[in-house]
Design a protein around this ligand. Structure first.
Ligand SMILES: *Cc1c(COP(=O)(O)O)cnc(C)c1O
Length: 418
């Protein structure tokens, strides 16, 4: 008799973005004709830049001639693209071997799949709030107990609160954990990490033979030259870190699908030998994955050229200007706004101790703007609200104007409570 993977039953009921869609639909049905402005989901909106588009076209054209046609490629990715990534990291002083880089169809699948090369006995630690994939995939794999409704957490996972009081950077776990997911610049808080901050985690990981899974999907949005764009900028981090990155947010490849993961040969855990984890990820990918699209990879190759990088920078600047407009607009009406510098997310401290979902309703009803309740990313997100800087400029401006003109607050209430 077949049986299901009952770990799926442990997943907490409502998927965040489904619930947002449901409430938005309900609003539009009861208020026909009202235009909704969406600053909720982190999806890119601006078109592929000219040179990168040419790269994609080139990839398509090559398929049209027998001499240049290609079928299955290497599961690990095209050699040219991996060499280009080696050079890309070299510019930051990071030396990698081509065999340490694995091209994929995106950072989400990689962040989801990477846990499969580790024992089910490992204790997972996540930033709270965090990108939901890290938690949910470990639930599905069976590394957790049930969802604890009261705490808003899964029993068996260590949550590292990232809140105003610690500037949205987690404390080092005070008990032994084995796999630590870190994401900087952070989705959803928009927080960044300094080298000194990351070093604390690298030191912890080396001391405890733990692993850091570093999600660097937003690294290209960093403009402050002092901030690290890669965990490998921290000394000794290759011994304990896997880094995952993507062309999605920076080159607009959200729909094209292209990312990469670095599993250093030096990476070691309690019972592994030199290079073994690198081999295991290779084995995992060659078994489960048949390589990223050759067209997408052709585009990625161009995105890493000097001209491609210039165009990516223009895209990043566009979204970061959006972030500035949102931040300044909301601050002008007295709201406390975090993030939005070196990261395309704004993390709003909700006044009047209002619950994240209540604020979602209020923002929707009063201003017709849709955002994302912070509590959807973990219990420490309660009382916060995420707005995304991905959007067309005029839509962003319209949404900010509407918030400025229509959102009502009793700021005196906070003073009394304080
Ligand atoms: C968007 C996002 C990704 C997903 O990237 P894809 O390459 O499109 O799969 C990964 N991590 C975080 C934190 C993200 O916000």
């Amino acid at each position: 008799m077949a049986k299901i993977n009952s770990n799926y039953r442990k997943l907490s009921a409502g998927y965040l973005f489904q619930e947002i869609a449901r409430r938005t639909k309900e609003f539009t049905e009861t208020n026909p004709g009202i235009k909704i402005m969406k600053l909720g989901i982190g999806n890119t909106t601006e078109s592929i830049t000219p040179t990168i588009l040419k790269g994609l076209h080139f990839g398509v054209e090559k398929l049209g001639k027998a001499e240049t046609y290609s079928g299955y490629g290497d599961e690990q990715g095209d050699k040219c693209l991996r060499e280009a990534l080696v050079k890309h990291y070299e510019k930051k002083g990071i030396i990698l071997d081509i065999s340490e880089i694995f091209i994929s169809d995106g950072a989400k699948p990689d962040t989801a799949n990477i846990q499969s090369i580790f024992s089910l006995e490992n204790i997972i630690a996540v930033q709270d709030p965090s990108y939901p994939v890290y938690v949910d995939t470990n639930v599905i794999a069976g590394r957790t107990n049930k969802f604890n409704e009261k705490k808003g957490q899964y029993d068996g996972i260590v949550y590292m609160p990232c809140v105003e009081e610690n500037n949205f950077f987690p404390e080092i776990p005070n008990k032994k954990v084995d796999i630590i997911y870190l994401c900087f610049p952070n989705n959803p808080t928009g927080a960044t990490a300094t080298k000194e901050q990351l070093k604390k985690f690298v030191d912890y990981a080396i001391k405890n033979k733990a692993i850091i899974i570093f999600d660097a999907a937003y690294s290209a949005f960093i403009s402050d030259s002092d901030l690290p764009k890669s965990i490998y900028e921290i000394e000794e981090s290759k011994k304990c870190s896997i880094e995952i990155n993507s062309f999605s947010k920076i080159a607009g490849f959200t729909g094209i699908r292209l990312g990469w993961t670095i599993v250093p040969k030096d990476l070691i855990v309690e019972n592994s030998e030199f290079g073994e984890l690198n081999n295991m990820w290779n084995r995992r990918q060659t078994t489960f994955f048949n390589g990223a699209s050759n067209i997408a990879q052709e585009g990625g190759l161009v995105a890493l050229t000097e001209q491609g990088q210039k165009e990516c920078k223009i895209l990043a600047d566009y979204y970061m200007t959006n972030a500035k407009i949102i931040k300044q607009g909301l601050e002008s009406i007295g709201l406390k706004v975090y993030g939005g510098e070196n990261a395309p997310y704004l993390w709003i401290k909700i006044p009047n101790r209002m619950d994240s979902w209540d604020f979602f309703n209020k923002l929707l009803n009063e201003t017709h703007v849709v955002g994302t309740p912070g509590s959807g990313f973990g219990p420490s997100g309660q009382g916060y609200f995420r707005l995304s800087a991905f959007g067309h400029r005029k839509d962003i401006e319209e949404a900010v104007e509407s918030i400025k003109n229509n959102l009502t607050f009793n700021f005196e209430l906070d003073k009394i409570e304080a």
